[in-house]
Design a protein around this ligand. Structure first.
Ligand code: AMP
Length: 593
């Protein structure tokens, strides 16, 4: 596949055309674009038109667009259609210097090349599965939810690429490695890549947080912004300008953002230049320590980006005093380190260093091209359909007779919340269930009353109660486990009725037709987007006119996938509510994505 990569910045567009062997057939850059470059500057659309013109007769099978902000919507690259375009547009307020231009470029390129796939490769996607504890700011969560305030992380394309290259050079699987990748350039960020996944990264809700950058401040006490606003001397735009354009190496040194100039001035004794270097280095080292602690160790530290690749002195300063971590720099190797091509890498630690440090050349364009090929190929693969998931906490269904014995002859169930399946509801009534070892209090009754008793628990509950409950489809309780129920008005000893519910998907006949399955079929379901991807086999298909499409799993299964609980009666929707239904009969490789 010949892929045109378009990397759109706020005032420039870089492009590379790769052939099927990842050779760069054509490349170039158009600069000084857009509103920040003056009134008569070329627009991004004009730049794209000129780039497409310059391709001449070259073959292009797909276009990969770098998109800075995909928010929490995207865990991976996407073929660009109307919903993807809309999602990029929704993120414009969060990435005002990037997303509008990417969108303009995408629209122009799609207009000019309407018959081929265009793929969005997001800087945020690699970080989208960071654990919740790392994503969450400690502010009022209602405010956070309302305004989408969470840590997204950026530079993901570069961190993912650098981690992959490091694993290759270290000749170890990425899944075995705890890496700290440092992308140090005009923009700078650090990422903890723990067994192949980003579990912490220094940029946050916007690309402003974290390390010291060329002109961006990185971490600043939010109280400072409040003070400056209250002073009346700064409005929001001035603060924006201060933190994004007048800070970082530039603000510290007072002589611009090019590190080479700052290093020269520092060597000549300029104290501001020296301070700029010290603050930059200190911050980076601090993050390395933090990420090693967060991961419980580190196997390698990877430098990339203009500064990371080129400045031996900055690498040396950053790695100083990290011997306690087991990272011992080899100064000769560090000075000799040179990474001119993708095939280059340089190990800069000594043979006795337990933690390796290495330098790799970032190649975001190649990563975007690879992602584009992968995404287009996947889109052509057999369709996978998605189904919402609900997590069933333990609950019971009772007969009229059992209900009367537990709650009194004149009692009737008290509905308190409708469930997603039509006609089903959670009741105010709860029972205690008592096993040989322990009891569980407050097990919710679901209505309406049924012809047979059924108590559904998880495997963990089984151990707690000291019972052995079979895995059964709902309604199939013959020969299942006995259990004692305690209500406010009486006790009932059930001879059978205790089961672990067989995970299942409710669907209407029309859904079944779309999925190509029938009632009673068993399928596999890949759950992605939680904290831990999980493929569940033996998922039962239940088809009925009255069902709503939904997969039901129990709390053990939800915990295994790292899915969280929301609240919807006893069946609570998870915050990750999409699973991919994979047809039975597909082979293992089809299951993996
Ligand atoms: P990037 O944004 O990745 O292109 O990185 C740009 C930054 O890398 C600028 O601050 C440059 O001054 C810095 N840089 C590039 N080459 C060198 C070098 N040989 N020594 C020090 N800094 C460098």
């Amino acid at each position: 596949m010949h892929v045109l990569v378009i990397n759109c910045g706020s005032s420039s567009v870089k492009y590379v055309l790769f052939d099927g062997d990842e050779n760069r057939v054509l490349e170039g850059k158009r600069e000084r674009l857009g509103p920040t470059s003056g009134e008569r500057a070329e627009t991004h659309q004009q730049a794209i038109a000129a780039i497409l013109d310059s391709l001449g007769d070259h073959r292009v099978d797909a276009v990969g667009h770098r998109v800075v902000h995909g928010g929490a919507d995207f865990f991976e690259s996407q073929v660009i259609d109307a919903p993807v375009r809309a999602a990029i547009e929704r993120r414009i307020p969060d990435a005002p210097m990037h997303n509008p231009f990417s969108l303009a470029a995408i629209n122009k390129a799609q207009e000019a090349l309407p018959d081929i796939a265009h793929v969005a490769v997001f800087d945020t996607a690699f970080h989208a599965r960071m654990p919740r504890r790392a994503r969450t700011y400690a502010i009022d969560q209602d405010v956070a939810d309302t305004y989408g305030i969470q840590r997204y992380g950026f530079h993901g394309i570069s961190h993912q690429y650098a981690a992959g290259i490091a694993a290759k050079f270290l000749e170890r699987p990425l899944e075995d490695l705890r890496l700290i990748t440092l992308h140090l350039g005009n923009g700078a960020s650090a990422t903890a890549v723990e067994f192949g996944r980003s579990t912490e990264t220094s940029m946050g809700n916007t690309p402003l947080e974290g390390l010291v950058m060329g002109t961006r401040s990185g971490d600043v006490d939010a109280g400072v912004l409040l003070s400056l606003l209250r002073s009346g001397e700064f409005d929001v735009d001035q603060l924006d300008d201060l933190l994004n354009n007048k800070s970082g190496l530039s603000g510290l040194s007072g002589m611009g953002n090019d590190l080479r100039d700052i290093q020269q001035a520092a060597a000549d004794g300029d104290s501001r230049a020296r301070l700029a270097i010290n603050v930059f280095v200190h911050r980076a080292r601090k993050y390395i320590g933090a990420y090693a602690a967060a991961m419980g160790g580190v196997d390698a530290i990877v430098f990339t980006g203009g500064i990371g690749e080129n400045s031996a002195s900055m690498r040396r300063r950053i790695l100083q005093r990290l011997e306690f971590l087991g990272c011992v720099l080899d100064e000769d190797r560090n000075i000799d380190a040179s990474v001119q091509t993708d095939e280059d890498y340089a190990l800069i630690t000594t043979g006795r260093s337990r933690v390796e440090a290495l330098v790799v050349k970032t190649n975001e364009e190649l990563m975007i091209a690879r992602e584009t090929v992968k995404t287009v190929s996947k889109a052509r693969a057999p369709v996978a359909l998605s189904v919402p998931i609900a997590i069933s906490a333990r609950h019971c269904h009772l007969t009229e007779e059992t209900f009367a014995a537990l709650f009194g002859q004149d009692a009737t169930p008290t509905p308190i919340a409708d469930l997603s399946q039509p006609g089903q509801y959670a009741c105010a009534e709860t029972v205690d269930i008592v096993g040989p070892r322990n009891k569980i209090e407050g097990v919710r009754l679901l209505g309406p009353l049924r012809p047979s008793n059924q108590v559904e628990i998880s495997t963990s509950d089984e151990f707690h109660l000291g019972v052995d409950a079979p895995v059964r489809a709902s309604g199939n309780v013959r020969g299942s486990a006995p259990i004692v129920l305690v209500g406010p008005q009486g006790i009932v000893k059930l001879q059978e009725g205790l089961i672990c519910a067989w995970r299942h998907i409710h669907m209407r006949p029309s859904d079944a037709e779309a999925f190509g399955v029938e009632n009673g079929d068993e399928v596999s379901v890949a759950i992605t987007g939680g904290e831990r991807d999980l493929i569940l086999g033996d998922v039962l298909i239940r088809v009925h006119e009255n069902y709503a499409l939904e997969m039901h799993i129990d709390t053990d299964e939800a915990n295994a996938a790292g899915l969280g609980q929301g609240a919807r009666g006893h069946l609570s929707a998870s915050d990750v509510d999409e699973a991919t239904l994979v047809y039975t009969g597909l082979d293992e490789t089809a299951l993996v994505h």
